[in-house]
Design a protein around this ligand. Structure first.
Ligand code: MEV
Length: 331
């Protein structure tokens, strides 16, 4: 086997971000926008990774730090390299030691750090490719759980939401305390896009944690509110009730505002979508800008796409839900 590859979908959170970090349920979906991770043996020495989507080159040692940042945005490169390095470390644990460096390339149609699960996709893709090169076929559940470990160890805190969703695919209820991720529906029509983002998932999760410490009963109530939105949306998803999902999205957006994670750009886009006739919309992911999702009459999605593009946002998908990670061999 000379080269293996993984196609990993991005993901969008429908409801429940942030609360999911505290053990409340959430709902997330894979989206048919794929990162392609390729890996091959490199012989002796460290591993090398390239993130081609944003034209950067990161030499990474298989076990440990040792980056060369030529012409790279350092903070971004070190974050991505940290996920790759940790994924290789866990792969080494699983396969009983890496005796060769790997050459890894990551192609992504999405920029990193916008709340669409690129770090989860990279973590899962690198783990799966590395294991496959060593003749180990990780089951999708085990892969999701190892990729979650990568996220937790790199970020300090992370829910299993992103890694479970990109590995398993579909629209899923995430029950972190039971480690259950049941499928609610294969797919649905919705608009997913993003605006520029400031801050990282780790810094936003830490900011919310600080709020929880300052006024625990108040912010606990906000989290409970978010979890009620999640519960109400389960049936709406199963029935494809886009109108109710829009209403619930707007409520969830308001609750995320209470947590202080909604940027002005996200607010502008969400308002514009509602004004233009969406049933409802919300920011998605950790916040500070980044991803958003809107529910609307499917016939309006093209027009709504034009509305958000006019505001400078990017449109990623008009569909949510697709199969999870897949692996293959390249000649
Ligand atoms: C992840 O996209 C969003 C957060 O809920 C963090 C997590 O679930 O790990 C803020």
């Amino acid at each position: 086997m000379t080269k293996v590859f993984a196609l990993v979908p991005a993901k969008v959170t429908l409801f429940g971000e942030h609360a999911v970090v505290y053990g409340y349920p959430a709902i997330a979906a894979s989206i048919p926008t794929y990162l392609r991770i390729e890996a091959s043996f490199r012989g002796r020495g460290g591993s090398i990774a390239r993130f081609e989507g944003v034209e950067l080159r990161i030499p990474v040692k298989a076990l440990g730090i040792g980056f060369d940042f030529a012409e790279i945005d350092k903070s971004y490169a070190s974050r991505l390299a940290a996920y790759i390095s940790k994924a290789l470390e866990l792969c080494s644990e699983v396969v009983g030691g890496l005796d060769s460096g790997l050459e890894i390339s990551v192609e992504s149609p999405l920029p990193p750090s916008i709340g669409l699960g690129t770090s989860a996709a990279v973590s899962a893709g690198v783990l799966a490719c590395c294991a496959k090169l060593h003749g180990v076929d990780l089951g999708v559940e085990e892969l999701a759980s190892l990729a979650w470990r990568v996220e937790k160890e790199v970020q300090g805190a992370a829910s299993p939401m992103d890694t479970a969703t990109v590995c398993l695919g579909g629209i899923r209820l995430i029950e972190p305390s039971q480690r259950r991720y049941p499928l609610l529906r294969d797919s649905l029509e919705a608009l997913v896009g993003y605006v520029p983002r400031v801050g990282t998932t780790a810094s936003l999760v830490a900011m919310v944690k600080n709020l929880m410490g300052r006024a625990p009963s108040v912010f606990r109530a906000v989290m409970e509110g978010i979890s009620e939105v999640v519960k109400a949306s389960i049936e709406a998803i199963k029935q494809g009730n886009l109108e109710l999902l829009g209403l619930l999205a707007s409520v969830n957006h308001g609750l995320l505002r209470a947590l202080g994670v909604v940027s002005e750009a996200s607010d502008r886009v969400v308002h514009a979508l509602r004004e233009a006739g969406a049933y409802g919309a919300k920011m998605s992911g950790a916040g500070g800008g980044g991803a958003f999702i809107a529910f609307a009459d499917p016939r309006k999605l093209e027009v709504l796409s034009e509305v958000v593009r006019a505001l400078g946002a990017k449109v990623v998908s008009l569909k949510i839900g697709c199969p999870g990670i897949s692996l293959g061999e390249s000649p």
